[in-house]
Design a protein around this ligand. Structure first.
Ligand code: CA
Length: 217
């Protein structure tokens, strides 16, 4: 999944980005205007939004996002003593919040839960053919045997399991795999798909020429 993190505190931003990059592509911005521009250019799956930023209030970006009809899932990051901020955040269209200082494991779990809600995926554990997948713990088994995946392989699986039975375009997969500034080889998606087929089974992901890829229910 491609996540936009807007947080101006360098240490916190770095810690969050590093942690989440184990499973997701993360674009980290420290200014509100950079974040707003990023949203115009990338179809993010989720945003983590600090409310106090050097060039304005996160709430204003959240409000304008909701007013323009964008349903992007948003978790706001608030200071510990600001109950009013939390209430204002939720009333302005945030889906969840975390309070500084927060545990990175808890943040990752909240992201996973919100992703499940926003894609209407009822269970954190699902069966797809011979595969069993736990999205929260990021584990996958084939015929009962756990298959280790790299961060980018998981990013692709994650993209498919939240869109089972639907076509996922190559550009969507590229967005889930790569952040701003990373070099993308034109065949990168094909390379990762072929690795996944080797690990998970050749018939798990279908190619639909000219359209994209699909994982069946
Ligand atoms: Ca701040």
């Amino acid at each position: 999944m491609r996540i936009l993190l807007i947080e101006d505190e360098a240490l916190l931003g770095e810690a969050v980005a590093t942690h989440l990059r184990k499973w997701h592509a993360v674009d980290w911005m420290q200014r509100l205007d950079d974040g707003a521009e990023a949203i115009e250019n990338v179809a993010y799956d989720l945003m983590l939004l600090d409310l106090n930023l050097p060039d304005g209030r996160g709430i204003d970006l959240l409000r304008s996002l909701r007013q323009s009809g964008k349903g992007l899932p948003v978790i706001v990051i608030t200071a510990h003593d600001q109950v009013g901020d939390r209430i204002e955040g939720l009333n302005s269209g945030a889906d969840d919040y975390v309070v500084k200082p927060f545990d990175l494991g808890e943040l990752a779990a909240r992201i996973s839960a919100l992703q499940r809600r926003s894609t209407a995926m009822p269970s954190p554990r699902l069966k797809v053919g011979e595969l069993e997948i736990e999205t929260g713990n990021r584990k996958i088994w084939r015929d009962g045997e756990e298959i280790p995946l790299t961060a980018r392989e998981w990013a692709l699986v994650d993209c498919f399991v939240h869109r089972l039975g639907t076509i996922v375009s190559k550009s969507k997969l590229e967005e889930a795999l790569f952040e701003f500034g990373s070099e993308i080889e034109s065949n990168a998606v094909e390379v990762y798909i072929s690795r996944l087929r080797k690990k998970l089974g050749s018939d798990v992901i279908l190619t639909l020429r000219g359209l994209g890829y699909r994982m069946e229910r």
